[in-house]
Design a protein around this ligand. Structure first.
Ligand SMILES: NC(=O)c1ccc[n+]([C@@H]2O[C@H](COP(=O)([O-])OP(=O)(O)OC[C@H]3O[C@@H](n4cnc5c(N)ncnc54)[C@H](O)[C@@H]3O)[C@@H](O)[C@H]2O)c1
Ligand SMILES: [Zn+2]
Length: 360
């Protein structure tokens, strides 16, 4: 068990990992009223109901609403449905939204919390590995448009994050491995020692050993917290490091349609593209690239762009990515394992070179 603090002045909060006290007291200490509105997807509804009972014991009454699982729910249509339900339930500014689920629920319910009544308190109880190590921390919430991922969103820090690692027991293997792609990202972009540890303990991680899980989640949350503390609104470039592999990944996801690959699978392949581009520039030693590929493969993650290749469409999507400016693609590239930087001088030819499978 561990608690990671995200220090953001009066927007600071705790991430509780397997804290013995239970979700009831955790929430009760962090919300202004004794009312909460829980949002979960169907797949975690049973878990959400158990947490409702625990909240009840701590004196918090809650309603639960469920949404269909999957990336397609991060939509304007689903957001509209949620707004109506919140209004019908008379959710006021004192009522907290509790998001129970993966990144989809966190991002969607979080955006509803950021905007309903001009913003109400949000607690997140992530149930996927990806959400535990990444999406629940840092306050980014939002939805997708058909034109691109996360195009509508806000910064809305939660009042707390409640992680119970035993939720991962029911998570499908493919989803678990997808979360590991983000875990690799932290090692490659920010912490070489952590990467080495992952390499040495990859089997424990595959087996979801409780000790390994707790360590991985606490380390990733700490790394993300330190980055977010330095660059809460992604203005200085520090936070951009967390986008390692993501410009490629978003292009793969946008072109294939959300749901073909999981986000994590796209991030795995995207990291390899970024790594290969960096290696070809002489930024990253080839041996380091091979280490990254090796670890991703050990966790059965894709290490090349999807097939068939659709290079023109991917490039187009990358230019439209909201991190690009004036059509110029900005990329986070690893400079060694444990460090990465933001580059805005990458040519189209270099990008084509790593996107086109035949050239590899
Ligand atoms: N806000 C951020 O900073 C941020 C960061 C990274 C990713 N994201 C977003 O997160 C989303 C991906 O999140 P995700 O990978 O968690 O996907 P997800 O929310 O779609 O969850 C994956 C699947 O697992 C199911 N599930 C969740 N928990 C379960 C459990 N304990 N047992 C059984 N099934 C369970 C869900 O119902 C779903 O079918 C993407 O939309 C991505 O853009 C956001
Ligand atoms: Zn991601």
């Amino acid at each position: 068990m561990a608690t990671v603090r995200v220090s953001l002045g009066n927007r600071g909060y705790d991430i509780a990992i397997d804290e013995p006290g239970g979700i009831g007291p955790f929430v009760a200490a962090r919300v202004p009223s004794r009312r909460a509105y829980m949002i979960a997807d169907y797949n975690v509804a049973a878990r959400a109901e158990r947490w409702q009972d625990e909240l009840n014991e701590a004196g918090i009454t809650s309603r639960l609403t469920t949404i269909p699982p999957g990336e397609a729910s991060k939509s304007l249509a689903q957001l509209g449905i949620l707004y109506e339900r919140l209004a019908q339930a008379h959710v006021d500014r004192q009522t907290a939204i509790i998001a129970v689920g993966g990144g989809v629920v966190g991002d969607l319910a979080g955006f509803a919390a950021a905007t309903h009544n001009r913003g109400i308190p949000l607690l997140i109880a992530p149930t996927t590995l990806l959400a535990m190590v990444d999406s629940s921390v840092g306050g980014k919430v939002g939805i997708n448009l058909p034109e691109g991922k996360n195009l509508v969103g806000a910064f809305h820090q939660p009042a707390g994050v409640w992680i119970a690692t035993d939720s991962l027991a029911t998570l499908p293997d493919r989803e678990y491995r997808s979360g590991l792609a983000e875990v690799v990202k932290y090692g490659v972009g920010l912490d070489g020692e952590f990467f080495d540890w992952l390499q040495a303990h990859s089997e424990d991680v595959t087996a979801k050993s409780p000790a390994a899980l707790a360590r991985v989640i606490a380390r990733c949350c700490t790394l993300k917290a330190r980055v977010v503390e330095q660059d809460e609104y992604e203005t200085t470039g520090v936070r951009a490091v967390l986008n390692l592999g993501h410009t490629f990944a978003h292009a793969f996801e946008t072109v294939a349609g959300y749901g073909t690959w999981t986000h994590g699978e796209a991030v795995a392949a995207g990291q390899v593209c970024a790594g290969r581009l960096a290696a070809r520039r002489g930024l990253l030693p080839e041996a380091d690239l091979q280490k990254v590929i090796h670890l991703l493969k050990a966790w059965n993650l894709p290490v090349a762009p999807p097939e068939p290749a659709n290079v023109d469409a991917w490039l187009d999507a990358m230019k439209r990515d909201k991190k690009s400016s004036g059509g110029r693609i900005r990329l986070v590239l690893p400079t060694r394992i444990g460090s990465a930087g933001l580059f805005d001088d990458v040519s189209e030819a270099e990008i084509r070179g790593v996107l086109d499978g035949r050239a590899q």
